[in-house]
Design a protein. Structure first.
Length: 598
């Protein structure tokens, strides 16, 4: 057994098909100065052919990934049009009299090496895009055939040193059981595509295998735990076969809950909303019975492309999401860029600690043009459904007031132009910084709702970067300090009569459900995969048993003590559920909801 990194969940078992590592090998030949014009023409022909091929691939793959995810290929087109990339290729040809393919090869190597040297996981993964585009161009320049691809008549687990998006395009989803790569990252385009396709994927096995995997080896891959078994003993195969069958049965049972009300045995209604990044994820969320969308991460509309999305493009996406929800709430978070999320075409300053730097609302308040474009698109879409606006990473009252001033300006501009929108659209903020928690009573007077962003709040409260392997074990969402921050925020919202919800990983953690009930939080927004699991626990629980639980949690000195109290709640509830089957009573009073979109 080898432990890698789980990049796409699920279990896959089958024979390996290994894509051999292929490196271009041709002489570093020089050309005559008289042939330079011919070489440039070859280069331009290769670029045109590559762009045509990418456009064709994009159209073929849109039915698998959806419109948003195929913007991956827009990024590839942008590389071929990038003047920096092309100037480097042409410069080598003009100054060193090298053939087009040699100049392209050297340029690829230069940029890939440059990106690999950066201490930034996202930028390292973008090196794969350059390699992918460069290899495609080289194939057209050399007339080389495509790499050997797996057979189409039998299922397989695909194994490679690294995969690039163009290879994913040619995979048969029905035959591809899973993916294993030696390199790669969880935020790479291949990982994004694997998750969209629902294919289990484990990466990061470089240097961990005693012997390389061979075509024909029997593999078990566990995308949840990041495990790969090579030619495992029969007992391991049987164990995973049982696990896979149990998982399928469990998923089938959970799907039956999609249409049931999300309420406890004693009648407390809880809203279980979804965190999404695309229309495709929205469709999945609706299929799981989501009460709405509690977090639409709009930054993915801006990624993997060469320019900012225009107002009309954003409007179309937001309107479609609102219409598909059919009156259910859609909370749209304004652009949250910076930190670990980059835009290739937005030049942000290099920072020692980008998580504490120039990001999210700080960027938008400087780039009012970008902010207004997005706000216009959101406001216009609000005419077609129940939309709320949410600002990320607010740390001061001044930031919030300035954001609302800009929003008011946009409203005035739309009204003057006679463009319809919802004038009373609810506005809220993410509470994800300790500073916001400490002044939450002041912030609550300026907004209609809070959404507690637990992922960032935990890491900022504990000063722990959860992506840093050396300190990730200190990332503890049940730390007493975190719980006190949650309590303070919920109390401030309640005192001001505004709605409060929770998003992030902790919202979808079943263990935390009694905590939310004890704090009077009745809306949770989570990953689509967590919704039915949370509903399954909710409908077997009692609000009355959790109502006074905070008194015990407040005095817990450690996360272990917190988890013990929460565990005791579940033991008590499960015992009661097995002995009684009460009729659901009337719903206890719920926290206030923002006006204008219920």
């Amino acid at each position: 057994m080898v432990r890698g990194i789980g990049a796409s969940s699920g279990i896959a078992m089958g024979r390996a098909f290994v894509i051999p590592t292929w490196e271009w090998d041709f002489p570093d030949k020089l050309i005559d100065v008289a042939d330079l014009a011919y070489e440039f023409e070859r280069l331009y022909d290769g670029i045109r052919s590559s762009k045509d091929e990418i456009e064709q691939i994009k159209q073929e793959f849109v039915s698998v990934l959806g419109e948003e995810q195929t913007q991956i290929f827009d990024a590839h087109l942008a590389i071929l049009e990038d003047p920096v990339f092309m100037n480097e290729v042409q410069g080598i040809m003009q100054r060193q009299y090298k053939a087009a393919e040699v100049a392209v090869k050297e340029t690829i190597e230069k940029f890939v090496n440059m990106f690999d040297l950066l201490d930034d996981g996202y930028m390292k993964e973008r090196a794969l895009d350059i390699k992918d585009v460069g290899n495609r161009l080289l194939k057209h320049l050399l007339g080389a055939l495509e790499e050997t691809l797996p057979p189409k008549d039998q299922p397989y687990v695909l194994v490679a040193k690294e995969l690039i998006p163009s290879q994913m395009v040619h995979l048969d989803v029905l035959q591809t059981l899973g993916l294993v790569t030696m390199m790669g990252g969880k935020t790479s385009h291949v990982a994004i595509m694997a998750r969209a396709m629902g294919v289990p994927y484990v990466l990061g096995l470089e240097g961990k295998l005693e012997e390389p995997i061979q075509t024909g080896d029997f593999l078990i891959i566990d995308g949840d735990e990041g495990l790969v078994y090579v030619n495992p003993p029969e007992r391991e195969v049987e164990r995973y076969q049982r696990m896979h069958e149990q998982w399928k049965q469990h998923q089938d049972q959970l799907l039956k809950l999609a249409g049931l009300p999300s309420r406890t045995l004693d009648g407390l209604q809880m809203q279980l909303a979804a965190n999404i990044s695309s229309i495709k994820e929205l469709e999945q969320a609706m299929g799981k019975g989501a009460s709405g969308v509690g977090l639409f991460r709009t930054e993915f509309l801006y990624m993997d492309r060469s320019t900012f999305p225009e107002e009309e493009e954003q409007f179309d996406v937001y309107r479609e999401a609102a219409e598909r929800l059919g009156g259910k709430t859609l909370v749209i978070r304004t652009l949250d860029i910076g930190g670990d999320k980059h835009l290739d075409y937005l030049e942000l300053p290099e920072e020692e600690n980008p998580s504490l730097g120039y990001r999210a609302i700080r960027v938008l308040l400087d780039r009012v043009d970008l902010f207004k474009t997005q706000l216009r698109a959101i406001l216009r879409a609000s005419h077609y459904g129940c939309i709320r606006i949410m600002y990320p990473m607010i740390s001061t009252l001044e930031e919030l007031k300035r954001a609302n001033e800009i929003l008011s300006e946009v409203k005035e501009e739309l009204a003057a132009a006679g463009i319809p929108f919802s004038p009373r659209i609810p506005v809220g903020i993410m509470i994800e910084l300790p500073a916001a928690v400490m002044i939450s009573d002041l912030l609550a007077r300026e907004v209609d709702f809070f959404s507690i962003g637990t992922n960032d709040l935990v890491q900022y409260v504990l000063a722990v970067d959860r992506m840093n392997e050396q300190v990730a074990h200190l990332y503890d969402p049940f730390h007493p300090a975190v719980l006190r921050m949650l309590k303070m925020t919920a109390d401030s919202a309640k005192a001001s009569g505004i709605h409060v919800s929770v998003c992030g990983e902790l919202a979808g953690d079943v263990r935390s459900l009694p905590l939310w009930m004890s704090l009077g939080i009745h809306e949770l927004s989570m990953s689509v995969s967590s919704i039915l699991r949370m509903k399954n626990s909710l409908i077997q629980s009692r609000h009355s048993d959790a109502a006074n639980l905070w008194q015990e949690l407040a005095v817990c000195p450690s996360s272990a003590a917190v988890l013990q109290v929460l565990g005791q709640y579940w033991e008590t509830d499960l015992a009661q559920t097995s002995n009684t089957d009460p009729e659901p009573g009337p719903s206890p009073s719920e926290s206030s909801s923002p006006s204008g979109c219920m």
